[in-house]
Design a protein around this ligand. Structure first.
Ligand code: TXA
Ligand code: MG
Length: 518
């Protein structure tokens, strides 16, 4: 079947399109349309056969009930056994809007629509196009999110086409939706009423109107093994193709952990993606980055979330690491969807960073143009299990000097070139907690520690010898400055042995947190 796409302008609604779409629905066809939450796949809710077509198009299990969409409150009493007082209050406050309520159904609603349940979920969307369409179709439109089952919900008409082209009759295209995550579902047949799925209407907002509201813990909890009450919440919903891993914790810690995790994966040859926010978008050296919004405004994240997940499906990445967000306001719904998309793969950032796996290794010497660059060049050539940013700095660098000529000559004889090297001074930015600072001698370490005493990361300053467990004479790497070439050769050899040991230590550490998804 060919799927017709009809563009429609919210500010100048073409009634012919509404009429045509309404007619298709009325006749048992399928029309995808915008709502303020996500695009829905509309069908006549009172027609059992239309429900069957909906399940087939989505590839959705038929025990997963559909939400019946109405366009005015009066439509509700015709399909439910009773309307509790609290539901009247909630409808008064939140309809039309992103709230779905569950009632005892009456015989007008076919079991095909409710997945065999005696209850029915009802919602009155605020989107003007949705409202007009529902009215035009006869007043009762069942609409699950218009995605293939298991894919992120669609927030644009293009998303709908990507999933359902050729399987449905029409898509009404009115651009991007407003909210981006599905409606809040509240079961009004329970006392107190119970939230089965968090959305833009939060628990606090509901409680303000009707007092106590319960939450289906299984729908919310990260580790719940119990089946949630909304049948649809038990499926691995919103699943991106790549493995999604949610990293929780304090922002700084989360960034460090994701840097380490992506670094480790990239080193093994995997491609990684990172879901970042405007606050942290510049913090990552590895991976394909997609900015989902700003932490200052959770709604921006809700709005972009599914688009970003879909975009990652187009990218050739095997792992996606995602920062976690505050569970405030719509943030609760965002985290709920992310936890599901992650298939409950959640890491505590602290757990990763506590392993003291560094991203960056910085060798520090005095003038910064001999021992440091030699050690850095050696380490870069060795077999490391993880990707590190390896570099060197000098403590007294007045201008960008090239490498010491003797150091370069010695390195050349070992097939290492320092030709393009220029010395850089050590600065405060080099102490960022991701960086392992390795000095050549004790004196340099002490100097850095006292110069930057007020920085937290000073604990990551060691001498190279100390870090690899060397003691006595061999622990210090003394400068060969002003001495004959042979002395430079000795320093090179000493560093070679030491960087071998460093590789051993770093690789041992890397193996410690190797699991299939971390
Ligand atoms: O925002 C939304 O609600 C969107 C737009 C299109 O309106 N619709 C949507 O529908 O998200 P859907 O089918 O993707 O999700 C409906 C959820 C499912 O998890 C389903 O199991 C649950 O609602 N549900 C529907 N009827 C129910 C019932 N009688 N009892 C418990 N859960 C029900
Ligand atoms: Mg859905």
């Amino acid at each position: 079947m060919e799927t017709i796409i009809k563009k429609i302008d919210r500010n100048k609604i073409d009634e012919d399109v509404i009429e045509e779409a309404g007619y298709i629905l009325h006749e048992g066809g399928l029309v995808a349309f915008p709502t303020e939450t996500v695009y829905g796949l509309g069908a006549n809710a009172l027609d059992e056969y239309a429900a069957g077509r909906t399940y087939a198009a989505k590839g959705r299990p038929s025990d997963n009930p559909l939400i019946v969409h109405i366009s005015h409150f009066g439509a509700l009493e015709r399909i439910v056994k009773e309307i509790p007082e609290k539901a009247v209050k909630l409808a008064d406050r939140f309809w039309p809007g992103p709230l779905t309520m569950i009632f005892e159904k009456n015989e007008l609603v076919p079991y095909g629509t409710t997945g065999g349940l005696d209850t029915v979920a009802v919602r009155m969307p605020s989107d003007i196009i949705a409202q007009k369409l529902i009215t035009s179709a006869g007043g009762y439109v069942s609409a699950p999110s218009a995605n293939t089952s298991g894919r992120p919900s669609p927030t644009t008409a293009q998303h709908v086409m990507d999933d359902l082209a050729g399987k449905i009759d029409m898509v009404v295209d009115a651009g991007s939706v407003d909210i981006g995550v599905e409606s809040t579902i509240v079961d009004m047949t329970e006392e107190p009423p119970m939230i089965l799925r968090p959305g833009a209407v939060t628990k606090e907002m509901l409680e303000e109107v009707i007092g106590e509201v319960a939450v289906d813990r299984a729908a919310i909890l990260e580790d719940s093994k119990r089946a949630p009450k909304a049948p649809g919440m038990k499926y691995r919903h919103y699943a991106p193709k790549a493995q999604l891993i949610l990293v929780q914790g304090e922002e700084k810690e989360v960034v460090r952990a994701i840097r380490q995790l992506t670094g480790a994966k990239e080193k093994k040859g995997f491609k990684t993606g990172i879901i970042t926010t405007s606050e942290t978008a510049n913090a990552y050296p590895f991976g394909i980055l997609k900015n989902v919004g700003t932490k200052k405004n959770e709604s921006s994240i809700a709005k972009n979330l599914y688009r970003v997940l879909r975009e990652f499906d187009e990218e050739d990445v095997q792992y996606i690491y995602c920062e976690s967000f505050a569970r405030e306001g719509i943030g609760e719904a965002v985290m709920n969807r992310l936890v599901k998309a992650a298939g409950h793969r959640i890491v505590r950032a602290k757990q990763i960073t506590d392993l003291q796996s560094y991203m960056r290794i910085l060798f520090v010497s005095d003038s910064g143009n001999c021992r440091g660059p030699m050690a850095a060049a050696q380490l870069k050539k060795k077999e490391l299990l993880r990707a590190y940013d390896i570099d060197s700095r000098g403590m007294i660098v007045l201008f960008p000097e090239p490498a010491n000529q003797k150091a370069e000559a010695v390195s050349m004889s070992h097939k290492i070139t320092l030709q393009d090297f220029v010395a850089k001074p050590f600065t405060e930015e080099d102490l960022d907690g991701d960086t392992l600072v390795l000095t050549m001698e004790e004196s340099q370490k002490e100097k850095l520690k006292s110069d930057y005493a007020d920085l937290e990361a000073v604990s990551d300053i060691r001498t190279l010898g100390e870090y690899i467990g060397e003691t006595g004479e061999n622990a210090q790497v003394k400068s060969a400055y002003g001495q004959p070439l042979a002395k430079y050769g000795e320093v090179f050899e000493q560093l070679d042995v030491m960087t071998d040991k460093l590789v051993e230590k770093l690789n041992k550490e890397a193996k410690e947190y190797d699991s299939d998804w971390m």
